[in-house]
Ligand binder design. Structure first.
Ligand code: AMP
Ligand code: MG
Length: 368
């Protein structure tokens, strides 16, 4: 840039033509923009932890000063609590509760809820119902929505399975209304955290913060780069020993969403473990060869819903699904799948991004 300015001067500032003046102006404003982009970002983040959506969350912000960081962090927390109120099916005032009680009558919802449900139904179609936001009758019967865990009877599982059908959710963009045919009921638990990460990204951008790490319980969003301009290193928990890492990802302006049986489960009197990711075809916790699925991408809500879906599919189907989506660069699914035999399957598009932990190095397969 300096060289460019110099060149203009050498060509004779005394005879600056109109075009020359314009170029000079453009160059100067670019210099200014460049200077703005290089604004000082402190090396140490401002960290704020809290509980929202029933999950511990942490936002690490790189703001110019403590006050900006504190205000932004409080705004994030407040926003997540508001989202919680809007989306919790157990809260009778929530829009989801209204929808769940609507029995076929169209309900006009806020643009936020509309967008979330529209996105959820899109992923349900894309995954042929492996991700199904109408899973609420089942997740509720198993007690995953309110913590009253129990094993439902075979008969009630069969009955409740028939109530789950994402095709029964009709969205109408013209008036932002949603019609739930029959007794369909929604559970946004498999997509809400990713969706929340998108909203927080916007909220922070409005406050001039574009360098941050948002850890929303299983969903980590890396905004910008580290202060030294290198990508963030984000760990994927080892599902067998969750306080250790199975590997790390180098991320920049992207989200990694992880779903795993180890994240939420209960143990029956006879010692059987039941986890929270339900296979809509069986009505029971998904029994697959997977123990952890991470999906990486720029659309945080879609990553969240897809990580739940891939978990339900099992390793072979999930890998086929990821490669079937490789028709266009935008749709390519990036995933790290960990199977019960402790093998890590990494999609080819993450070959340069995922670094396995030492214990997994010999058991990591980069898929073709
Ligand atoms: P995640 O941790 O993102 O995999 O989401 C799991 C949560 O999503 C569960 O706690 C349920 O609230 C909900 N859920 C469980 N199974 C499914 C499914 N097959 N499709 C959509 N949501 C699900
Ligand atoms: Mg999910």
């Amino acid at each position: 840039m300096i060289a460019f300015c110099q060149q203009i001067r050498e060509k004779g500032c005394g005879h600056v033509t109109r075009m020359g003046a314009l170029i000079l102006l453009a160059a100067l404003s670019s210099c200014l923009l460049f200077a703005c982009n290089q604004r000082e970002v402190p090396e140490a983040p401002f960290t704020h932890s809290f509980i929202a959506m029933d999950t511990p969350m942490t936002v690490k912000l790189y703001a110019t000063d403590q006050q900006t960081a504190d205000e932004a962090a409080s705004a994030c927390e407040k926003y997540l609590h508001e989202l919680d109120v809007l989306l919790a099916p157990e809260n009778p005032q929530s829009e989801i509760a209204l929808l769940n009680e609507s029995s076929g009558i169209p309900v006009v919802v806020s643009p936020l809820t509309y967008n979330l449900i529209d996105k959820a139904v899109d992923v349900a179609r894309e995954t042929n119902g492996a991700f199904d936001p109408t899973i609420y009758p089942l997740t509720s019967a198993w007690g995953f929505t309110d913590g009253n865990h129990q094993v439902p009877s075979e008969k009630s599982i069969e009955e409740l399975k028939n109530l789950c059908d994402f095709n029964a959710v009709k969205t109408n963009a013209a008036d932002s209304s949603i019609t739930m045919i029959g007794q369909t009921q929604i559970d946004t638990g498999g997509i809400a955290k990713g969706f929340a990460a998108e909203q927080l990204t916007e909220l922070l951008a409005e406050r001039g913060i574009d360098t941050a790490l948002l850890d929303l319980g299983g969903n980590i969003t890396a905004l910008g780069t580290k202060p030294d301009h290198t990508p963030w290193n984000i760990g994927i928990a080892d599902p067998i020993t969750p306080d250790k890492l199975a590997g790390t990802l180098e991320l920049q302006n992207a989200t990694v969403s992880t779903s795993g049986a180890y994240q939420r489960f209960f143990t029956d009197d006879d010692g059987t473990v039941y986890h929270h990711i339900i296979d809509p075809t069986t009505g029971r916790p998904a029994e697959t060869d997977l123990i952890s699925v991470s999906v990486i991408g720029t659309d945080a809500a879609r990553c969240d819903a897809l990580s739940t879906a891939l978990y339900v599919m099992g390793c072979t189907r999930a890998l086929e699904f990821c490669s079937a989506c490789k028709t266009s660069e935008n749709d390519a699914i990036q995933a790290v799948l960990i199977t019960k035999d402790a093998t890590i399957h990494v999609t080819a598009n993450l070959a340069d991004t995922f670094i396995p932990a030492e214990a997994y190095a010999a058991k990591t397969v980069i898929e073709p």
